[in-house]
Design a protein around this ligand. Structure first.
Ligand SMILES: CC(C)(COP(=O)(O)OP(=O)(O)OC[C@H]1O[C@@H](n2cnc3c(N)ncnc32)[C@H](O)[C@@H]1OP(=O)(O)O)[C@@H](O)C(=O)NCCC(=O)NCCS
Length: 331
């Protein structure tokens, strides 16, 4: 069986920059509070008319160009989002439509902050079994329209943001390089600790004026509980995925973790005893773009020359579900 290799990466974010001072003008917060608790300095929020599929399209064109391929070379889209442009259909078909006329299949993955890692696992299975050759994996989110941008929503509104990252995957021509292993987990007992309650098909109707007035359509989070689990689960999973490949953290060239909160990343780095050059963080500039954080960070690292052929990488994520997991890659 071939391994799955990364052939190209790309990302796109909105032009509109929202600083911590911008937020402190519309809610009771401060640049100092946000920087100290989260590390975030600014984030990108879409303006009306911009869509998740639109950013996914820009990211895809960059990833395709880096791979030396065109939209006509793609065989499958795996589209990770927790914020589809519409309730149905999913984001993948909107991206497929933007890419051209070929009716290629697409699969949406609804796994929130872990969406990109899960999406990679789906693409990897299809490539390894030979069903599809060139698979596009995208993480794309518009979180800003689901935030309560007032003091009531300040614990989430300061964290989440918009953007998209894309990777083009294909079969490796050697046994040594490519995706080596996955480590995936989920525990639905914590589903309501980080969730969007409505609209939901369990309600008649799916969303009511009362629910809207109560803000139940906004992302709702128990920040302390998420923090407590994230700082344990991600390091645990990184160790597990490296052990599955016969490696340990000393062998790691680079860890790219989901950009949830800089404090979480720092605690993880400490618990894994990683040097500064073994980790990459960009949450300061982009906030938490959910399924898009890892492919955005990965593309920045690739373009900055921080990832070279033969390097050992781990990507790890934790989020709503709770769902978490990691992937080990020989670049
Ligand atoms: C969100 C987070 C930064 C909050 O930090 P915290 O230390 O847990 O803060 P708390 O929620 O206990 O709130 C402490 C106080 O700050 C206030 N507060 C919350 N958000 C605030 C903001 N943006 N600005 C100012 N004050 C804020 C709270 O209302 C609370 O005030 P009170 O003590 O008067 O009730 C932190 O819990 C966190 O990062 N959690 C993980 C979130 C995450 O990564 N989510 C994505 C996972 S994929």
């Amino acid at each position: 069986m071939p391994r799955t290799r990364f052939l190209g990466t790309g990302f796109a974010v909105p032009d509109r920059v929202v600083t911590n001072d911008d937020l402190s003008r519309v809610m009771d917060t401060s640049d100092e509070w946000i920087r100290t608790r989260t590390g975030i300095e600014e984030r990108r929020w879409a303006v009306e008319g911009e869509t998740g599929a639109g950013f996914a399209h820009q990211a895809t064109l960059r990833a395709l160009a880096a791979a030396g391929l065109g939209p006509g070379d793609l065989d499958l889209i795996v589209y990770a989002t927790s914020t589809p442009d519409h309730f149905a259909p999913g984001g993948g078909v909107y991206l497929q439509r933007l890419l051209g006329d070929r009716p290629i299949p697409s699969i949406d993955i609804r796994n929130q902050c872990s969406g990109f890692v899960y999406a990679l696992s789906v693409a990897d299975a299809f490539i390894r079994c030979g069903q599809f050759r060139h698979v596009l994996v995208v993480g794309a989110e518009i979180q800003s329209t689901g935030m309560d941008v007032s003091t009531r929503g300040r614990n989430t509104a300061v964290l989440f943001a918009d953007g998209a990252g894309a990777v083009v995957l294909g079969p490796s021509d050697d046994d040594a390089s490519g995706i080596l292993a996955f480590d995936l987990h989920g525990d639905g007992h914590y589903a309501e600790r980080l969730w969007v309650d409505a609209p939901g098909s369990m309600y008649h109707p799916r969303v009511s004026h009362e629910q809207l007035d109560a803000g139940r359509h906004f992302l709702d989070m128990d920040g302390k509980e998420v923090f407590r689990h994230a700082v344990v689960r991600m390091p645990e999973s990184v160790r597990a995925v490296l052990a599955a490949t016969g490696h340990d953290t000393g062998d790691l060239t680079l860890l790219i973790a989901h950009q949830a909160n800089l404090r979480i990343s720092e605690m993880m780095q400490k618990s894994l005893a990683l040097r500064d050059d073994q980790v990459y963080n960009n949450i300061m500039r982009y906030g938490n773009t959910t399924a898009a954080t890892i492919p955005i960070a990965l593309d920045e690292c690739v373009r900055a020359g921080r990832v070279r052929r033969g390097d050992l990488l781990a990507l790890t994520a934790f989020g709503s579900g709770f769902l978490w997991g990691s992937v080990a890659v020989r670049w």
